[in-house]
Design a protein around this ligand. Structure first.
Ligand code: HEC
Length: 201
């Protein structure tokens, strides 16, 4: 019988270690080191079958369906476009330009901020109270958009002018500075505070 023959053959080839149930190959004995021929553990076999299935599915997706997430050139292109987009966005932030704004929307926003926050110290008409007069040609820290923007951004803490870096966005600070220069400067307030600083003509 075939089965019996196989069985016999196996018995001739192997020897079972009665302590560990390990299957030892007969005749492979090198200085007492013997070769085992145990069955592979089932976790190993399953890992092997799964990796075969993975390879088959992967190959079909790559070579038959040309899946875009597996094609290197496509992946590279996608990475490059998203990098360029994010780079452009961060550059926009850095190159925020401090230039005088004169459009109605910006000046209206600036006016709102002025009356809500700044008027307490500089008066609604810019005549000055605790803070200096904004309508005259005298400025302590300079008369350019950038000069005013710097004061509003960093404040002059020792003199009582606060920093609005955290409270107002870059744009909101530029709006209110533009409002000062376009709408308040050069007007005649009811009770102008005496000039402070240097005269700019
Ligand atoms: C708590 C009072 C106070 C508030 C509120 C305040 N300021 Fe001032 N501000 C001052 C004082 C005081 C100075 C003068 C600083 C100095 O002597 O260097 C000043 C100076 C300035 C200057 C510089 C003037 C110059 O002559 O160089 C600008 C511009 C200015 N403030 C804008 C603003 C704006 C815009 C707001 C609202 C977002 C504001 N301030 C809110 C008190 C205030």
């Amino acid at each position: 019988m075939d089965n019996e023959k196989k069985h016999l053959q196996k018995d001739e080839e192997y020897e079972i270690d009665t302590m560990t149930n390990d299957r030892l190959i007969k005749g492979h004995d090198y200085d007492g080191i013997r070769e085992l021929d145990n069955d592979l553990p089932s976790w190993w076999k399953w890992l092997f079958y799964i990796s075969i299935a993975f390879a088959v599915i992967y190959s079909i997706r790559l070579f038959v369906f040309k899946a875009p997430d597996l094609i290197q050139a496509d992946e590279y292109q996608a990475e490059m476009t998203s990098f360029k987009a994010s780079n452009a966005a961060s550059k926009d932030e850095k190159t925020f330009e401090v230039t005088l704004l004169s459009d109605n929307a910006s000046l209206a926003a600036g006016s709102e901020t002025w009356h809500k926050i700044c008027a307490a110290c500089h008066l609604a008409d810019g005549g000055g109270l605790v803070g200096p007069n904004m309508t005259d040609n005298y400025w302590i820290h300079g008369n350019t958009v950038q000069d005013l923007y710097n004061v509003v951004t960093n404040g002059v803490i020792s003199k009582g002018m606060l920093s609005y870096k955290d409270q107002l966005s870059d744009k909101a600070r530029l709006d209110v500075v533009s409002y000062i220069l376009v709408k308040l400067h050069g007007t005649k307030p009811a009770n102008p505070k005496a000039p402070q600083g240097k005269e700019y003509k």
